[in-house]
Write a protein that binds this ligand. Structure first.
Ligand SMILES: [Zn+2]
Length: 216
């Protein structure tokens, strides 16, 4: 089972990927991890990547594809893998397809976790936690029983993550759509794209993904 999982930040992609890893015994391959591993292992392509990065340049698509190609030969990928954060562009998507084809492989499915932007923005932008015990709250969905007092520990001090504000969330979503929209069309045209409703509960999203995976 060779998968790509797409979804904006905050859609629960990490949680769902982790569940697929556990249920299906396939690894989640992130380009950052693969690059670091290839460099640490000192493979030919890892050495090339290191030289480029040491020179302060961005690693080219060729090198990244080479690293993915090398990584999926490892025994833990015998049943498949989830590609995480790659491909990001149409050129990379084409190169990925060609690389897999050369190995006699193809992608099984591309799963897009779809969200309602407004709802997602409200959800993330409203989050805050108790500064003392870490209990999670929300401006509208989950207020403390007594305003300004933590239900769990009685503390009156709360904190918000600096990037959990509306502007940052909207900017992250825009970047995601800018990068990802072309891929959605690309994989749709190839009949590989499957959408799931990311606004459902975590277990419901998992069930939708499992239903798709049962058919591929
Ligand atoms: Zn507390």
């Amino acid at each position: 089972m060779r998968l790509i999982l797409l979804g904006p930040p905050g859609a629960g992609k990490g949680t769902q990927a982790q569940r697929i890893v556990e249920r299906h015994g396939i690894p989640q391959l992130s380009t950052g991890d693969m690059l670091r591993a290839a460099i640490a292992a000192g493979t030919d392509i890892g050495k090339k990547a290191k030289a480029v990065m040491d020179a302060g340049k961005l690693v080219s698509d060729d090198i990244v594809i080479g690293i993915v190609a090398e990584r999926i030969e490892q025994p833990d990928c015998s049943k498949g893998f989830i590609l995480d954060g790659f491909p990001r562009t149409l050129v990379q998507a084409d190169a990925t397809e060609a690389m897999l084809k050369a190995k006699g492989l193809e992608l099984s499915a591309v799963i897009e976790i779809q969200v309602d932007d407004e709802v997602l923005t409200d959800r993330i932008a409203g989050r805050y936690t108790c500064a003392q015990c870490g209990a999670g709250y929300h401006d509208t969905n989950l207020k403390p029983k007594v305003e300004g007092v933590c239900d769990r520990c009685g503390s009156t001090h709360f904190k918000r993550r600096p990037d959990d504000n509306r502007d940052t969330v909207v900017a992250r979503l825009q970047t995601y759509y800018k990068d990802t929209s072309p891929l959605i069309g690309y994989y749709y045209a190839k009949g590989l794209l499957h959408g799931v409703d990311g606004m459902a509960s975590i277990d419901e999203v998992t069930a939708s993904i499992e239903a798709i995976l049962a058919k591929v």
